[in-house]
Write a protein that binds this ligand. Sequence first.
Ligand code: 2PG
Ligand code: MG
Length: 434
Amino acid sequence: MSSILTVHARRLWDSRGQPTIEAEITLDNGITGRAIAPAGASRGKREAVDLRDGGIALNGKNVTQAIAGINGPIADRLTGMDISDQRAIDNVLIGLDPSPMKTVLGGNALVACSLAALHTAALNAGTPLWRHIADLYDCVPSLPLAEIQIFGGGAHAAGRVDIQDFMIMVPGASDFDEMMEITSEVYFAAGDIMASKGKRHGIADEGGWWPEFSSNEDALETLTKAIEKAGETPGKNVVISLDIAASEFRDGNGYYFSLEDRKMTTEQMISTLGGWIDSYPIVSIEDPLAEDDTDGMIAFTAQFGDRLQIIGDDYLVTNRDIVAQAISDKACNAVLLKVNQIGTVSEAIDTFMLAREAGWQSVVSARSGESEDSTISHLATGLGAGQLKVGSFQRSERMVKWNECLRIQDQIGRQNYAGGTPLSQTWWHKTSFA
Ligand code: 2PG
Ligand code: MG
């Protein structure tokens, strides 16, 4: 048994220039592993809370207290523990902060420690992280199909358009390499179209082109044209995936598109999305309605669940109990998996297992505030989750995840790839567009 000798936290800075935490665990045999906490901007109301200092300095976002929690009580309790027992380590973290939203020590402190333990255990076992995860949770590993953002919007682009993520997926590519190549062609085709209209004004938080559009649908139209300009047939090898992030433009009991100055009821919102689904090659929609609009989510899933992947992000916040309720409500058919929404690896795995048992799809996801940490590439692969959402095709905190997948491809073999499987083809073949 290799046991934990020290746990140490340091302040680093994330992709938005905000303070974040890196946790570092050293074992009695000298092996050291580390992980960095990510941070969301369009956060669910029920997700684990980052502990920030508040006050005026650094816009209240400093992490002194969260670091003190790691270097104090967390280090005291984890020291001496067996690094191979992730569940026991996570149980100690949860025991130290049993609050539902991890408000005592902070979701940022917990997630950094939990992920650092996972890394350290893999290094100690001498196996790549993805394989360690597959062994630990008895999963069949495979490289994920990527969801890659072409235009950023919503909270990641100062609300310039209402919809948050306009993404593509390339289920038709035969391997991860080819998928990257086609994605690159579409990404730069979209940039060229923006440039030709004099509307290429930089990029949004996750590296997607800045959304200089006259309407949300204009973005969809442009994305479809970009797929064509890249030499692909929309709805064949390349399809569209959206994160509506509808909680961000909730307006009382309805919704409000500020770009179009349009108020909508839940029913009108559903029929607007329905119009897009009929007109564009959309196969996946995340958070189509707001996190508090359960009736809307149920109605949307009843209408489109047999031809669309419907992902709960803010709606489910990687919380097993909330996913259990949504399974019985039939309120989605897929879960977005963000470890920092719930706090620890073990809790996120419990959520993943429950979703899988219910026959749901799972999408491992980054946050809009990221770093050079590429744990999620290993998590998506090790669990055989099927899909990975990271943001766009630009900026190193995004590319590090895709590039890590390419390194993993050399270890796992390019044939072990979730794209092009009957599973992914099930839903993209069912769209009315295909
Ligand atoms: C989301 C994520 C990533 P954030 O809504 O899915 O795009 O955004 O990290 O800001 O919650
Ligand atoms: Mg989301």
